[in-house]
Design a protein around this ligand. Sequence first.
Ligand code: IMP
Length: 424
Amino acid sequence: MNTCVVGLQWGDEGKGKIVDILAEKADIVVRYAGGANAGHTVVIGDKKFALHLLPSGSVRPGTKCVIANGVVLDPDCLTGEIDSLAKQGITLAGRLFISQNAHLVLDYHKTEDQLRESSLGAGKIGTTIRGIGPCYADKVGRSYAVRAADLTDLDTLKQKLNKIVAHKNKIFAALYKAEPMNADEIFNKCKVYADKLLPFITDTTQLLHNAISQKKSILFEGAQGTLLDLDHGTFPYVTSSNASSLGMSSGCGVPAKYVDKFIGIAKAYTTRVGEGPFPTELYNEIGSYIRERGHEYGTTTGRPRRCGWFDAVAVRYSVTIGGIDSIALMHLDTISGIEKIQICGAYRIGSEESVFFPCNIAQLAKAEPVYQTVDGWDDDLSQMKSFDDLPENAKRYVGLIEEFTGAPVSIVGVGPKRSQTITR
Ligand code: IMP
């Protein structure tokens, strides 16, 4: 059984926990897109692991982990994560595989992200400043790109970095009057990365196809969420990769026909970090209530997340384009204690009412949510073990989400721990 797990909103839906639960039965867990902009928190027993690049399965000693070609890999962050797991007694030797074709995020990418965002003022995207956009831009531009395989030939890499850094320095000086970066310093860091990472670098496409022919079970772990997809999200307020399930095939070289099930993760409400339209955003005390109860602060940047009602128009769109078979609805416990809960089932744009999500932001900015109001519940859901235990109003709310999004809710999250997960 091969499964792909993706976020259906603007990221931070709680994929880490579901991936971790599913990883128990998987032979291999694959990250196929994004980079250190992602942040999963995996809670096992009393231990909490905050990961940015390593697949969530990496904390399970028997699971193989793949960082595939679609990922932009920050070697500084990755070597830090490998070391920190080692300190907790978790070794990745012989079970972490990094694609030779994954592109490297180097210091000048992070500098460029920072310089560009600062120069844009109010027009900024609100990126995580992890160098994601600049690295993907170099990948598409080809001439100034560095891939993991380049760490195998340090002489050639040195020449390449001299050329790249000279080019970047001209641009940074002309556009931002920035201090020049030092190519030797970046190369010296790359030597250290090569030492640490070479044992893990391989042809992951071949590895995955071998695993498929041996009928191994593979879990494909998406990063961010469908609405942040470069092509299908709320451009330009998106990330620079195909964060929906559509990015899976190109991101790891495995066609979708080998995936048995696509699971979409959504929260029982909506959050967003960074800029961009958000039709159901709450600017009132209910928004703050959700933020505090749900600990809605970024794992990567610590930024407070914008919070709002569940947007079924957006999630239905993500379900449709992502071929989603079922939804894992997270954080249902967070919205306990709200007297009246609203759910957006359509948008009014001008005089028209529509149930199709416009991912053109000029239109989305004009969208007014058409809400259905349902009664909330006061009960503490955090210890509930089965769907039948949930209060009637919570069950009705989940039913409405299924009706509006067109996908069954097969998993309900009632707390951060793995044990606080109800499967139907
Ligand atoms: P970038 O991916 O750092 O370039 O940021 C682009 C947009 O995606 C910004 O709005 C970020 O806040 C958002 N973003 C990137 N990664 C995540 C994530 O893991 N969760 C939520 N939002 C994210």
